[in-house]
Design a protein around this ligand. Sequence first.
Ligand SMILES: Nc1ncnc2c1ncn2[C@@H]1O[C@H](COP(=O)(O)OP(=O)(O)OP(=O)(O)O)[C@@H](O)[C@H]1O
Length: 277
Amino acid sequence: MININHLNFGYQKNQLVLNNLNLRIKPGHIYGLLGRNGAGKSSLLHNICGLLFPLSGSCDVAGQNPAQRSPEFLQQVYLLPEEIYLPNVSIKNYLSIYAPFYPAFDHDMFYRFLTEFEIPQENKLQRMSYGQKKKVLISFALATQAKVLLMDEPTNGLDIPSKKQFRKIIAGVIKDDQLIIISTHQVKDLDSLIDYVMILEDQQIILNQPVENITDKLAFKQVMNLDDVASPIYSEGALKGYAVVAINHKKENSRLDMEMFFNAVLTEKQQVLSQFN
Ligand SMILES: Nc1ncnc2c1ncn2[C@@H]1O[C@H](COP(=O)(O)OP(=O)(O)OP(=O)(O)O)[C@@H](O)[C@H]1O
């Protein structure tokens, strides 16, 4: 569905943000895109949806080159940006203006999500709070039924119950021919939702693995004493003892702690990545 080869991108030619980046993404999955501030996550999402163009290399999304911005392509991709702007119109008018761009737009689905998010439907959009606007746009994004949904920090601004609703709605909506990429620092909001973890570091995607592969290779544990763990890779002091990421020699079952995993990749990059080669 997404095939990126040797992609170079920079806002200035002599300063690359993405350097020889390669990526393969399959439909039917929810990908979490993680990376430090300024790593280039938003830039990558903008290249995928044709809002920014590679300096060189190829980017194929659903069989099309996003940079050509063909109507057929734009109907199939939706980007929910980190910073949102909504015009001063009612929800009904917003739909009548923007929904026609997406042939598969499902009005019933949109209003169902608004109800789940408890959004007052009569208000003008600009009279809504930031979190309410975000929920309108999340509902819109999902109702487009676009094949490629890109979400940049979607849970920013959502209150705790809404984050739970967000997870529930997304998990229930994805179809086999769709993919969702969620770029986020709020990993705790999403670690039960995503099924692939991608990490952008050093201007490249250094890891793109299904969650079950990560927990097959690595064990995530809480221990009182670090000596109790064979082959620890990374540890952090926890309330009681330590949280540890270790090589999963004994094929134990553990639950992915995405924050620990991300920190382990950043601090012990070679050791973690070598488990996946
Ligand atoms: N419009 C722009 N013009 C020039 N440089 C930019 C522009 N937007 C971003 N950059 C630079 O490109 C790099 C990558 O930025 P980007 O926003 O893609 O990172 P990010 O991983 O999404 O960061 P964050 O997690 O902080 O949102 C940063 O060094 C940033 O300063």
